[in-house]
Design a protein. Structure first.
Length: 485
């Protein structure tokens, strides 16, 4: 198949979260299966500053409402995958892909990503690459599904092209003012409750839920939750309305990058057959974070965007309580100020037990995965979650809330009541979080057979991208069979 993969980030070029990892690994896995996959991304400031690329199209005209804008298209590669970069300085030459320095969404995000979507389709014509599938991701790609309806009518080449929209995080929806409607070409028939309209505003994700030929979320658990009032981020009815075309596919884990036996960021490599290296990784991490190098004290790692989604309002009180015990925390994260300040305060009050690195640091993220005994991920909601999969591979027991993809990947007990791969709680409150952390610590301290068994079970588990890519092939086939009115 020919697949055009639209993403607003991809690891190796620009990354703010898990979407970037998926946008690299999934196209690579599909390419390995013989598909012709091409990625399209905006050419952001940070890409323009750091990457080598060559011109693909010097000037591409893109009609947006009554205007015609001209962009350049650059070309680079992620391994062997061709990547097109849409270059339009007014929209993309900014420090952050989505937000200003204060953390507020750029006010013209609708126009920026609408233009990105239209330019992506237009470049297919210019490059004579007519995709079978336009695969878009989250609200940033939603308008490509709408524009594909127009292109199918206008250009016979596109008659057989179908779209898939993948929901990586339904909490971000791309709201923008209805005044952008004419620029974005959202006509009356699409600006309705069953479409882009949301309390008088444009909601890009919501419109995409109607416009896409097929839809999926990044885990089966999250796909189920999105259809409920509690889990749908206000859009459960829109998901429910498309239930025939909506499924869940669990992300894979890129074991080439996340493998403790080959990880270049670790001081000592290790694997199932030889776990002594993990003990050395623990003391190296303790030293790096400024914690005492004590192997007998359980070390709990966190690597996270610091947002409400990750459950900090109830997990921080639990962490504060558990600090009365023999325990250490190594925390890496960046994000909302109230969370940064609370963690920094906990660290100031308990410097020998909790150290916090406020920032984004890929190498340290790998070392926390390797050097910790536990990885805490008590999310309020979690579409898939990648860190718990990395933890399992690194022999670091995840302590998670049973929600979304976490529920699909971590078990405290197996079906017959034996050891599972981590520690799991259900309710989003401090008491249950604390109890799960305490069960983990108790296992570490008093039941080393169970602790080791859990490590082995987790390290043997595989979430392969090859398997995930096969499931995407199936949905692509389903999309191609769908009849368009
Ligand atoms: P989300 O996409 O909601 O942020 P995921 O668990 O799916 O959560 O993916 C997060 C990805 O981002 C992981 O690869 C994780 O290691 C990485 N990450 C998050 N915060 C940081 C950070 N501060 N420094 C380095 N890597 C980070």
């Amino acid at each position: 198949m020919k697949i055009l993969f639209l993403s607003s980030e991809a690891t190796g070029l620009i990354k703010t979260g898990g979407l970037a990892d998926v946008a690299r690994a999934l196209p690579l896995a599909l390419c390995q299966k013989g598909h012709d996959v091409r990625i399209v991304l905006p050419n952001y400031l940070s890409i323009a500053r750091t990457q080598n690329y060559s011109p693909a199209i010097p000037s591409l005209g893109v009609s947006m409402g009554d205007s015609k804008l001209f962009c350049a298209v650059q070309q680079t590669r992620l391994e062997k995958l061709p990547v097109y970069l849409i270059e339009y300085h007014d929209f993309f030459l900014r420090n952050h892909p989505y937000e200003d320095v204060a953390g507020n969404p750029h006010p013209d995000n609708g126009e920026r990503f609408g233009f990105f979507c239209k330019a992506a389709l237009q470049l297919c014509l210019a490059e004579n690459f007519i995709p079978d599938i336009v695969h878009v991701n989250d609200w940033q790609g939603a308008l490509a599904c709408l524009y594909l309806h127009q292109y199918r009518k206008t250009y016979s080449e596109f008659a057989g092209t179908r779209s898939l929209m993948t929901i990586h995080n339904g909490g971000y929806q791309g709201h923008c003012s209805a005044s952008a409607r004419s620029f974005l070409e959202i006509g009356d028939d699409w600006f309705r409750a069953a479409g882009f309209e949301d309390h008088g505003q444009i909601n890009l994700l919501k419109g995409g839920l109607r416009a896409a030929d097929q839809l999926n979320a990044v885990s089966v658990g999250y796909a189920e939750e999105l259809r409920t009032p509690l889990g749908g981020h206000g859009l459960h009815e829109s998901y429910e309305a498309r239930k025939e075309a909506f499924s869940g596919i669990l992300n894979g884990c890129e074991y080439k990058v996340w493998n403790p036996s080959t990880d270049p960021f670790l001081t000592t490599s290790y694997d199932l057959g030889n776990l002594s290296g993990k003990i050395q990784c623990k003391s190296a991490l303790q030293a790096e974070m400024g914690l005492k190098e004590v192997p007998e004290v359980p070390l709990i790692g966190i690597v996270s965007r610091l947002t409400g989604q990750k459950g900090f309002d109830f997990s921080l009180p639990a962490i504060a309580k558990v600090l009365s015990k023999k325990v250490q925390f190594a925390i890496l994260g960046s994000g909302e100020r109230w969370i940064v300040e609370k963690i920094a305060r906990l660290s100031e009050m308990n410097p020998e037990k909790l150290q916090f690195h406020n920032g984004y640091n890929e190498a340290l993220a790998h070392r926390i995965e390797a050097g910790s005994d536990f990885f805490l991920m008590p999310s309020l909601y979690e579409p898939c979650g990648l860190n718990q999969m990395y933890s399992l591979r690194y022999g670091t027991l995840p302590i998670v809330r049973a929600v979304g993809g976490l529920r699909d990947t971590v078990w405290e007990r197996d079906v017959s009541g034996g050891d599972g791969t981590g520690f799991v709680f259900t309710e989003p409150n401090a008491d249950d979080t604390l109890a799960a952390i305490e069960r983990g610590i108790d296992c570490f301290t008093n039941d080393s057979a169970s602790f080791q068994n859990r490590i082995c079970l987790g390290m043997r588990q595989r979430f392969s991208w090859k398997n995930t890519a096969t499931q995407y092939e199936n949905i692509y086939s389903k999309a191609l069979k769908s009849h368009i009115n």
